[in-house]
Write a protein that binds this ligand. Structure first.
Ligand code: NOJ
Length: 541
């Protein structure tokens, strides 16, 4: 019955920030063996574990770690801080033994400035690798080649005194952009991708996939009004060029040569059309595309409903939705969406939404126990963006603090000094405590995830909103064959009455599948129901 869907459509993906998950050797930084040691937590095949189907690891390649590993200095090796090549293969094997897939982060837009390719490229204009990066003369003495801005700050061009040219960096100056127009570069990167596929990884999360190419004529972007300098330009020529989509398609062709692999892409853009465009026709580009619009919504039923509705309407026919609410770049859900309300109750409603919508959910480590966005003091910040803009709170360290395993020293994350301090909430909020508490957020996530697996309507059913949902309530139906699941999410702190249409209940008595407020198995009145404040209710109809 469920054959039609690939694992990455049925499954739940769990993002692990490798430096922060679990440290096995006491150096204060998480590592691959730390993940191996916690595989039972991730999925032991029973509802006592989270039961996720895949893990996505933040970059694990060799790197000076100036940007959390998104500055790769060797694509083919493992960062020794995280372990050895053998550790990685062991992780892969142990995950596969339990049916858990492993997705690697792949940063193909830029390398670290310490990558030997760039070291060569920078050494002389005659170096064979000079053209592997985007080098240009200034427009005039003392002027950059054009007015493009870096995502983080300032000009996207950095002057090299020795060779007297500028190199291009869409992100930070130590992350020079590779020149995708050079076929040797393309071949080298496709070779990297093949090499990891050959080693057995189940797919990639592609960093800044719409940034690979820039306009060949380096035309200046039109100006516009915006809040931060990067938004003062319409990014017409420095991102989302047609050639980047072609590259995504080429990557898909390569990936399709292997069985059951997935490409999920970070399309960094402010237009949701772009995110959808990278799915191609749904079969020839990315399998999954990150939908930032959803992740940025405020705590409002109507906003989420609109965001989901838009995606449902604009996906290519064979396209598949994908949702996330937080990650290593964004504030944590518990804090952001919980603000101004009952954060715990809202986290449960948000989890129910994530795990019952049509599409692939990506959860972020610690989300399942309600880890908050931590306040990391300036002097121990690690994130270059946080340091640069302090005290403006744009830094990302707060969402990257160590996993809170228990109430012991360093929250059980490490026996050494953690690379980032553990959030102070750890004594009250940790895995060990929540494990024992049937009403905990962790057990709520587990129940949702395990129930999902058993209900084809939730995995592959159609999606439509419930007509009579009042303000503040996001309600939808998922249907597959004879099975129907109705989901009611009350975003408001007051009770709400929902009127169900005759065709929605089909003359049956709905039964509680799962609720934050009531017992499972209770039969409900077919036409009308009263939702409690902040209630998440799933009904079997
Ligand atoms: C997006 C990643 O998610 C972010 O963490 C990183 O800093 C930039 N890309 C640059 O690679």
């Amino acid at each position: 019955m469920r054959q039609g869907l690939a694992w990455w459509q049925k499954g739940v993906i769990y993002q692990i920030a490798v430096p922060s998950f679990s440290d096995s050797d006491g150096d204060g930084m998480g590592d691959l063996r730390g993940i191996i040691n916690n595989l039972d937590y991730i999925n032991d095949g029973t509802p006592n574990s989270l039961g996720v189907d895949a893990i996505w690891l933040t970059p694990i390649n060799a790197s000076p770690m100036l940007d959390f590993g998104y500055d790769v200095s060797d694509y083919l090796s493992i960062n020794p801080r995280f372990g050895s090549a053998g550790d990685f293969l062991e992780l892969l094997q142990k995950c596969h033994e339990r049916g858990v897939r492993v997705i690697m982060d792949m940063v193909l837009n830029h390398t670290s400035s310490e990558h030997p390719w760039f070291v060569g490229s920078r050494s002389s204009r005659d170096d064979p690798r000079r053209d592997w990066y985007v080098w240009r003369d200034g427009k005039a003495p003392g002027k950059t080649p054009n007015g493009w801005l870096a995502v983080v700050e300032g000009s996207a061009w950095e002057y090299d005194d020795d060779t007297r040219q500028f190199y291009y960096h869409a992100f930070l100056p130590f992350q020079p952009d590779l020149n995708w127009r050079n076929h040797e570069v393309r071949e080298a990167l496709f070779g990297v991708v093949r090499s990891w596929l050959d080693r057995g990884v189940d797919g990639f999360r592609l960093d800044l996939i719409n940034f690979l190419y820039e306009d060949v004529l380096l035309r200046d972007n039109p100006r516009k009004f915006g809040l931060r300098p990067y938004d003062w330009q319409v990014h017409l020529y420095d991102r989302s060029q047609p050639e980047s989509l072609d590259a995504a398609k080429e990557l898909r062709r390569i990936t399709d040569g292997y069985e059951g692999r997935v490409l999920m892409g970070e399309v960094y853009t402010d237009t949701r059309e772009d995110a959808v465009a990278y799915l191609g026709d749904g079969t020839d580009a990315l399998h999954l595309s990150f939908y930032l619009d959803f992740a940025q919504r405020k705590w409002k039923a109507e906003g989420f409903r609109e965001s989901v509705g838009w995606l449902e309407e604009h996906l290519p026919p064979a396209g598949w939705p994908c949702y996330y609410l937080n990650n290593h770049d964004l504030p944590r859900t518990y804090t952001r969406l919980g603000k101004g309300g009952d954060a715990e109750a809202r986290a449960k409603v948000a989890a129910a939404m994530m795990l019952t919508l049509k599409g692939t959910p990506i959860l972020y480590y610690g989300e399942e126990i309600g880890m908050p966005t931590s306040k990391v003091p300036r002097k121990i910040m690690d994130d270059p963006i946080g340091k640069k803009f302090w005290p403006i709170p744009v830094g990302r360290d707060g969402a990257r603090t160590p996993m809170q395993w228990n109430g012991e020293r360093n929250s059980g994350f490490s026996r050494g000094e953690p690379w980032l301090p553990v959030d102070r909430s750890y004594r009250a909020r940790n895995v060990a405590l929540q494990d024992d508490d049937t009403g905990s957020l962790l057990n709520w996530y587990r129940r949702l995830i395990w129930m999902r697996k058993e209900r084809p309507s939730l995995l592959l059913g159609s999606y439509r909103t419930v007509e009579g949902a009042p303000k503040g309530v996001f309600a939808f139906l998922r249907e597959y064959g004879k099975e129907r699941t109705a989901v009611f999410l009350n975003f408001a702190t007051r009770a709400a009455a929902v009127e169900l249409q005759a065709d929605e209940v089909r003359g049956r008595k709905p039964e509680v599948l799962l609720s934050t407020h009531r017992e499972e198995g209770i039969e409900m009145h077919p036409g009308k129901l009263e939702l409690g404040p902040d209630e998440a209710l799933l009904l079997k109809i």
